[in-house]
Design a protein around this ligand. Structure first.
Ligand code: HEC
Ligand code: HEC
Length: 158
């Protein structure tokens, strides 16, 4: 019974995303976004949602956004890791929790978190904190495929 339900879900997911993703063994997840700028919560994993939406004047303005990956140097548009809890704690102690979607993307449309904030990822009982407090909520601006001066690479699943 469980197997039947699962197969059905997988089949449904495959049909649903067939024209915006494709199989790609260069991605740890085996799946890549190929839908260009087609609006979707799964669009462009790893890329800078905040800047593109602002520059294009299209797409939602995000207060917080990023993508969780399995490997530190995954390419842009590779699907990341789903169901990871991204816990952001503001300077005032207020906590916002987001969950990564099928593409690994997480985002918050509106809301203010006091800075500097800290971030911690929680997945299957494991945790991975960012030890340095930050003030920029656009995670992809530092966490790129190659890494920048500002961060060693991707936001990684614990
Ligand atoms: C290179 C530019 C670009 C990047 C990068 C980008 N987007 Fe978008 N996004 C767009 C554009 C353009 C639209 C509007 C498309 C339309 O209206 O057809 C959009 C629309 C969306 C929508 C639809 C919103 C609605 O009104 O229903 C969502 C959700 C979305 N983007 C999520 C994301 C996320 C999450 C990321 C980052 C992981 C991201 N986007 C990265 C360009 C981008
Ligand atoms: C200004 C640059 C910058 C921004 C923006 C940033 N980080 Fe980081 N992040 C770093 C640096 C540098 C490290 C490595 C040192 C450390 O752990 O503090 C890091 C490490 C991490 C780690 C642990 C190691 C890893 O690679 O996964 C996590 C988890 C993380 N960041 C999550 C986030 C999340 C979530 C956001 C957005 C809400 C974010 N970061 C925004 C710079 C940044």
């Amino acid at each position: 019974m469980r197997t039947t339900v699962l197969s059905f879900l997988l089949l449904f997911a495959a049909c649903d995303s067939s024209n915006t993703t494709s199989a790609d063994d260069q991605c740890a997840s085996g799946e890549r976004w190929t839908g260009g700028n087609r609006e979707s919560p799964f669009m462009h994993p790893g890329r800078d949602c905040v800047s593109c939406h602002t520059q294009a004047g299209e797409g939602p303005r995000y207060a917080i956004a990023g993508t969780v990956f399995d490997l530190p140097h995954e390419a842009d548009d590779c699907f990341g890791v789903a169901d990871v809890i991204v816990q952001i704690t503001g300077a005032d102690g207020a906590v916002v929790e987001l969950t990564s979607n099928d593409a690994g993307n997480f985002f918050l449309g509106k809301g203010a978190v006091a800075t500097p904030y800290t971030a911690k990822l929680i997945y299957e009982g494991r945790e991975r904190p960012m030890t340095t407090p930050q003030t920029d909520f656009n995670c992809a601006s530092c966490h790129t495929a190659t890494g920048t001066n500002a961060a060693p690479g991707r936001v990684l699943a614990p």
